[in-house]
Design a protein around this ligand. Structure first.
Ligand code: KIV
Length: 288
């Protein structure tokens, strides 16, 4: 599709694609160049995830992410994006305490960053937050299954819904989030068959990060697909490149060029016209 034919992606587009059975491509981004190239590649949705504090800032979990950091990263992404549907990710404790705080912080993503929607973690226990944010006019994506902000309660970073009881709870959570007004739901690390039931029961798009192929679209963390994250590699990740290794090769070559004085070459240096240089050399001390 040419640049002129492309249109900004909206919620009606996401619903239409669900109806047509066409899967949505979704990646995270946390900075200007990554968002620019994802948008150029036609990626339809971009999540500015709180995972950014791990992938970009080296934190061990997402819990230290602050609203100010999220706003800073999200602004860089929306500056780059022309077409993709951009989702701001509500960080830990930006919505858990009260609905007022949840509305205020979701509003920051809209007003200060220009996102198309926000995402928050949690099922039934977050239904009133979803309702409050939606009532304030902000589109919400629910996020259930393995929800990193609730890892302490979930007993760690484990796939969820692998027994009948917890699977039933996830199915109920999805229905409750839809009833509360979420326009889409993201399932993380959920068995594909359980996700399949949720997709069949829901009338809103159900997206997957590690929830199998029956979902309406797939999300992955961009650093995972590029080979730029080494702390762990979830089962659902597909690596498309080893850019970390490529970067080490490039930096090694650069270092060698500097040491051997291969860089800079004449093409990297600025010139002064010969006449001016002669004048400079012939100039005596104290002369103007
Ligand atoms: O922060 C993030 O990138 C996320 C995904 C793991 C779903 O929430």
């Amino acid at each position: 599709m040419s640049e002129e034919e492309r249109k900004k992606i909206t919620i009606p587009y996401l619903y239409r694609k669900k109806e047509e059975g066409e899967k949505i491509s979704w990646l995270t981004a946390y900075d200007y160049p990554t968002a620019l190239y994802e948008d150029r590649a036609g990626i339809e949705m971009i999540l500015v995830g709180d995972s950014g504090v791990m992938t970009m800032l080296g934190q061990k979990t997402t819990l230290p992410a602050t609203m100010d950091q999220m706003v800073w990263m999200t602004q860089a992404v929306t500056r780059a994006v022309k077409y993709a549907f951009v989702v701001g990710d509500m960080p830990y404790m930006s919505y858990q305490a009260t609905s007022e705080e949840a509305i205020y912080n979701a509003g920051r993503f809209m007003a200060e960053c220009g996102v198309d929607a926000i995402k928050l973690e949690g099922g039934a226990q977050m239904a009133d937050r979803v309702l409050a944010i939606v009532k304030a006019g902000i589109p919400v994506i629910g996020h259930i299954g393995m929800t990193p902000q609730f890892a302490a309660q979930l007993g760690g970073y484990k796939s969820q819904g692998r027994d009948a009881e917890t699977a039933r709870r996830l199915i109920d959570d999805a229905r409750i989030l839809e009833d509360a007004g979420a326009f889409a739901i993201l399932l993380e690390a959920v068995p594909a068959k359980v996700a399949g039931i949720i997709v069949k029961e829901a009338s809103i798009p159900i997206y997957s990060i590690g929830a199998g192929s029956e979902c309406d679209g797939q999300l992955l963390i961009v650093h995972d697909i590029l080979g730029l994250f080494e702390l762990f590699k979830p089962k659902f990740v597909k690596r498309y490149a080893e850019l970390g290794e490529e970067m080490v090769k490039v930096f090694t070559r650069y270092k060698k060029d500097v040491k051997t004085e291969k860089f800079p070459g004449p093409e990297h240096c600025y010139n002064i016209p010969e006449k001016e240089f002669e004048k400079l050399k012939n100039k005596k001390d104290g002369e103007n």
